[in-house]
Design a protein around this ligand. Sequence first.
Ligand SMILES: Nc1ncnc2c1ncn2[C@@H]1O[C@H](COP(=O)(O)OP(=O)(O)O)[C@@H](O)[C@H]1O
Ligand SMILES: [Mg+2]
Length: 423
Amino acid sequence: MTSPSQSDREKVVSKLPPWLRQELKIRTAQLRVDIQDAVHQGIAHWSALASAPSPVDTSGAESFSTWLPIGQWESFRAASKDRGVSLIQGLAQAVHLWLEMNPAPTVKRPSVVRRIVVCNQKGGVGKTAITAGTAEALAEDPSTLHPVRVARQLARLSPASDEPTGERGASYSETTPVDLEDLPGLGMRVLLVDFDPQGHLTKQLGQQPLPIGGDSLTCHMAGEAKGPLTDLIVPVPDDRFGDRLHLLPACTDAFLLDVRLSTVRAREAALERALAPVEADYDVILIDCPPSLGLSMDAAIYYGRRRDTEQPGASGALIVVQAEDSSADAYDLLTSQINDLRDDLSLDIDYLGLVVNLYDGRRGYIATSSLQAWMDIKDPRVVAIVPDLKEQREAVRVKQPLFVYAPKGDQAVALRALAREIS
Ligand SMILES: Nc1ncnc2c1ncn2[C@@H]1O[C@H](COP(=O)(O)OP(=O)(O)O)[C@@H](O)[C@H]1O
Ligand SMILES: [Mg+2]
């Protein structure tokens, strides 16, 4: 942005109709431009036209103030007078002109579908909650603004005051005011795959598990399906997702997946073979993994490997952990399984990061020192710290997507930041 410094600007107060002000706010956020620069450019373009453009509906105009380079408002006032339009009409035309000259950007879609494998064999750490929330954030409407917590606070670890003497520790400062920014949705076409036979993801989103005896992901992975996989996929309806968020529901037959896979040829590739026919319909596919380390987990990790034409870090494993000691052992087992697969099959498997979920610094030294231990790992690094908040549990209770139940809540705000961090 080439905006003059604030000292070269003067404050101007005028009026704009609310619809135009809203469009200006959204478009400037989409294009990452300051509102004052947009108004400045709009007035400059308007003044350079040979005559005033068509009138704009200014009914209901409300107070609007901005900063313009010194002198621009005075010249604009004179030009409006010459063109026989009121200052409010002139400003509305100028803003409208800027919007026409600066259309909304189209959503940038990955050339290879991104595959995010959310895993940890430990149950109850929040894999399902993080999978669903990240997917919802990725699919949100790109033509409206949503509050996002900017990730700056991940760097804000300070020595803890309650640490036992002689030991090093740190605390995640929850008293630091959260930096919020209104940003457009990411507008991705997203498929959620409920890969856990318990079907928590399916149920949380208010959907039904697939009936036993019919087609299911298990049947597709075992090569025994009767119809196409796409017939099993259902939309997660809500205006904020448009028709971009879909779910492949679980089926309890997945409890036998490892057994059925044991006779399948090249079984690591079974999930990839099953999902291949639907990949073209999506930008991102998220796999909500079961709490196990069996053959099905191998298939999920294999699915998240880096493909030949893919950038490092576009797909891979996102590991959800908690700030408590028992999480560390589970983490070691999981990473050794990933590393073995990587070595045995010569695969590139990227880590997309660690999510420290259900964090509550008030739990004291165990929580703060475990958080620090996760931060110290550095590779993979911590990409989000998600607080323990009741709105998550409430959304599960009422079987609604978190972003529908509490779109402005702290949880959604944090998950939007996570979705951007791993994009
Ligand atoms: N950040 C959070 N704040 C509050 N409750 C959470 C949070 N993350 C998960 N939960 C709740 O914890 C429980 C376990 O989470 P879940 O996502 O099902 O874990 P997993 O999939 O790893 O077994 C669920 O009731 C869920 O609603
Ligand atoms: Mg789960």
